[in-house]
Structure formats: C-alpha cells, structure tokens
Design a protein around this ligand. Structure first.
Ligand SMILES: [Zn+2]
Length: 103
C-alpha cells in the first residue's frame, strides 16, 4: 500500500440505526448513524409501515385537502362558459327595446 494516500480504516466501525440496532462493520468512518436497517425496513419485516422522515406524506395530505377546498369554490371551464352565455343573453335582452315605435 502506498503511504499517505489512504484514509484511516476502522475494521470495527459502529453503525447505529434509529430503531436501536447496532451493526459492526469495516469503514473509513468510525461511527455511522442510519435511519433504516435490515431489522426495521418494511421489505425485511414484511409489515407495511410509512417511513416519513421528511414529513412528505403529511405535506401531500395537507396539499390535497387545500386543493379540494379550492376546487369546490372555483368553477370549471364549462361552468364558466355557461355562466358567460347566460349573462350575455340577459344583457342582450335588456338592450332590446320592448316595443318598436315607428315614426
Ligand atoms: Zn433499523
């Protein structure tokens, strides 16, 4: 091995999971903290579990709720067009003279 180009190697580095599991393995970092391991990952446990570290699921649910509230108050394209045509018709009816007087 060439001298002074390799990082220090820890043959018994401690890898600590958020679930409490500790794995000992070789690494260039003496201590590693992880969020998932084979003891708690749904693929290995067989249990469906949401791993929401960045609050993504919660944020998505908030967004869908707010979008639904918005969509119920605003009209769609077809509804808007229909409203416009009825408004135009009423305006035209108002402009038209009710009785035609000829001089
Ligand atoms: Zn774990």
């Amino acid at each position: 091995m060439k001298a002074e180009i390799h990082p220090t190697y820890y043959p018994e580095a401690k890898i600590t999971c958020a679930c409490g599991n500790v794995i000992v393995a070789g690494s260039t970092v003496s201590e590693i903290h992880i969020e998932l391991c084979s003891k708690c990952h749904p693929f290995y446990t067989g249990k469906q579990k949401l791993i929401d570290t960045a609050r993504r699921v919660e944020k998505f649910q908030e967004r869908t709720v707010s979008a639904k509230a918005k969509s119920s108050t605003t009209l769609g394209k077809k509804a808007k067009a229909a409203k416009r045509t009825t408004q135009k018709a009423t305006k035209r009816a108002q402009k038209k003279p009710t009785t035609l007087v000829e001089a």
